[in-house]
Design a protein around this ligand. Sequence first.
Ligand code: HEM
Length: 344
Amino acid sequence: MTEQPRPQDVVRDPAPAAIFLVLTVRPGAEDVVGDLLADVASLKRGVGFKRTEDELSCVVGIGAQLWDRMYDAPRPAGLHPFRPVVGATHTAVATPGDLLFHLRARQLDLCFELAKQLVGRLSGSADVVDEVHGFRFLDERDMLGFVDGTENPTGADAFAAVQVGDEDPAHTGASYVMVQKYLHDLDSWEALSVEEQERAIGRHKLSDIEIADDDKASNSHVALNTITDADGNDLDILRDNLPFGEVGTQTFGTYYIGYAADPAVLEEMLTNMFIGKPPGNHDRILDFSTAVTGNLFFVPTQDFLEDPSMINETSTINDQATTSEPTVRDGSLNIGSLKRSTTA
Ligand code: HEM
């Protein structure tokens, strides 16, 4: 039996601190990026080992266009550029981004040092187009004052929610991740009564208890993000949003990050929020929150990052299950290989 590829560190307890880095990769720099991605785990060990109790982690996401530039392998089944969602009142915009680094730890300094190492290695090869430093706010609250993350799946349910399974055998254990940076109009939000805010979210503010279904507003955030499959089973994602801000400029935001095994689940939630369900019944929190970025990335397994040709080995081993012949590597079939620049 072949071993399952090791996933990246997607499933974790809510992070007290995070840096979200989105980069674009310059033409011709694909090899530099490929070499760095193979070294991310080693860099993380170098920075994090001195304080393992602070649980530094780094998840790498790869955008659709960069995938096509870097790998011979066909795109993973669900990978495509972020699709903007244009509602009658609010829009989920798509913004540039080839690479995501989601750095998490108990203390921000570890994220910062690793971010510095990663970006240093990409100097002249990639450009940071968005950088957000997120922090735990009070008792796990977002900038709107509500506890965020309560209904995340845990344990085996969390792995099931985020890991690609047999539907895409070349990428078993991988994930998809969607990110959006939201800016809040806190003056308007805070002008609402607590009861109006609770109607917008669908939970009570102080206690974090969910409002009963019969009393919950259909345009509340929780109602629109509770979705099921055709058999009525809940469709879950794993979120690790964090607030960010700057008092001098009165910037108050939420960095939304959602992991899933199938990006269609993330996209259905986004459609419910922005188009509304039924259409026109959009998410009330959008009247106080503007999405200023939007990206979708594929999160390959750790094994793939270290050796993209493993896809070829996995698929060939599966294809040749009855023979002990060694895998034949041929350029045209080596579907996982890194596309090497021919200009070198
Ligand atoms: C301004 C940005 C956002 C804020 C401040 C926010 C905040 C919250 C809060 C306070 C909750 C209730 C507690 C909890 O279960 O975590 C929640 C639930 C949830 N949010 Fe968000 N959220 C944001 C954006 C998004 C986006 C863009 C998505 C998906 C596309 C999303 C998906 C969900 C889901 C799936 C739940 C759990 C629903 C349930 O099963 O009860 N959120 N969010």
